[in-house]
Design a binder for this molecule. Structure first.
Ligand code: P1T
Length: 385
């Protein structure tokens, strides 16, 4: 029986992939800071030849992530974008991808400014209604790219409904699960073929690592990804793998508090007179609240909100006044962060496209950390006053 079948999430977070070191009994996975491995005779070795291909610290992490996502295989990359890059490299010129139209700006930039030039075509569409996908499918469609909740509008996409469509048409479905984390949502259990993470965020959890991962139970797909990982070479170093292994041990505890605090922050913002709209899937009024309640265990730690005074200046004023919500790119660390998507994370998305999805100039994104909620509310009160 595998770790995934036998244990619940918190137990897997602490134990999956990790065994006492065979040489010393060390409880924590050693940092195998080595680029290469001795061979007793050409081709005779202990399963490790060169650290771009395999490294024991990375292997422990890959096993852990596979267990958390109920996957058979996982592969780690030097960043979230490097993981996405590997997925798109499984395609060929002429292939088409259907992607959600509201997604991390860096993913959009890679799709439109790198891979489009290699002859891969991307259709960015609204996936709030999964059935909308079907009308964009052609015989060249090879991949559907889903991010849910989306960055930064917190739209929810019905993974199970999308997977029914992709299965019917024999198309691969990959879900960027960064905002949800495997604690809140397991896309493979809902029918996706592959799940992608910016490990940089909640999984590492302490804003000290940049890393990405893919997980799948499709052996052929895993072999393709392993080949690209080795042949393109965007692998993480063992020190970073160690830090992520440590971070994962508290993923379930951190996520509980992130969700609790985000709920408090969302409800505070909703009743504030300067706030126009709060984007958070936990509200019954969120258009896909019912789907979020079904496919996620809770609603996560990310919130966006717009202001009645819809200008960049109004947003900047608030962002500069925050004491705890530090103004910075990224999300998912223990500390609260704030961001201005229009000029920061999503500046590479053209303004017309930003406007289409509601990413207005006054939109502020919060990554709600695990501090004391009273202090976070106090910080919001003073910044909005
Ligand atoms: O930064 P990196 O580890 O390469 O991951 C890229 C990425 C992929 N997918 C999602 C949903 C993401 O949010 C990100 C990175 N996002 C930020 C840096 C940000 O501030 O939104």
């Amino acid at each position: 029986m595998s770790m995934s079948d036998k244990y619940r999430f918190g137990t897997k977070a602490i134990h999956a992939g990790v065994e006492p070191d065979s040489a010393t009994g060390a409880i924590m996975t050693p940092i195998y800071q080595t680029s290469t491995y001795a061979q007793s005779s050409p081709g005779e070795h202990k399963g490790y030849e060169y650290s771009r291909s395999q490294n024991p610290t990375r292997k422990a992490l890959e096993k852990s992530i596979a267990a958390l996502e109920n996957a058979d295989y996982s592969h780690c990359f030097a960043s979230g974008l490097a993981a996405i890059d590997a997925v798109i490299k499984t395609l060929k010129p002429g292939d088409e991808v259907i992607s959600t139209n509201d997604l991390y700006g860096g993913t959009y930039r890679m799709f439109t400014e790198i891979f489009q030039d290699f002859g891969i075509h991307f259709h960015f569409i609204n996936m709030s209604e999964a059935s909308n996908i079907e009308k964009h499918i052609t015989n060249k469609t090879k991949l559907v790219w889903v991010e849910t909740p989306t960055n930064p509008m917190m739209n929810i996409i019905d993974i199970e409904a999308v997977s029914k469509i992709t299965k019917k048409h024999n198309i691969l479905l990959c879900v960027d699960n960064t905002f949800s984390t495997p604690y809140l949502q397991n896309p493979l259990d809902l029918g996706a073929d592959m799940v992608m993470h910016s490990i940089t965020k909640y999984i590492a959890g302490h804003s000290d690592v940049v890393m990405g991962a893919l997980a799948t139970s499709n052996r052929k797909l895993s072999e393709k990804i392993a080949f690209i990982q080795k042949a393109s070479g965007a692998v993480p170093g063992p020190q970073d793998c160690f830090l992520v292994l440590r971070g994962i041990k508290t993923l379930h505890l951190r996520m509980q508090r992130h969700c609790e605090n985000a709920s408090g922050v969302a409800n505070f913002l909703k009743s504030h007179p300067k706030v126009e709209k709060v984007f958070w899937p936990g509200f019954k009024s969120h258009p896909n609240h019912e789907i979020a309640s079904r496919q996620m265990h809770d609603f996560g730690g990310m919130i966006s909100f717009s202001l009645k005074e819809n200008t960049q200046e109004a947003a900047t004023k608030i962002l500069k006044k925050f004491e705890l919500f530090i103004l910075a790119e990224s999300l998912g660390g223990v500390e609260s962060l704030s961001g201005h998507p229009a000029t920061m994370t999503h500046s590479s998305v053209p303004k017309a496209d930003r406007d289409k999805v509601g990413l207005t100039d006054s939109l502020i994104r919060l990554s709600v950390g695990v501090e004391d909620i009273e202090d976070l509310i106090q910080d919001l009160k003073q910044a909005l006053s």
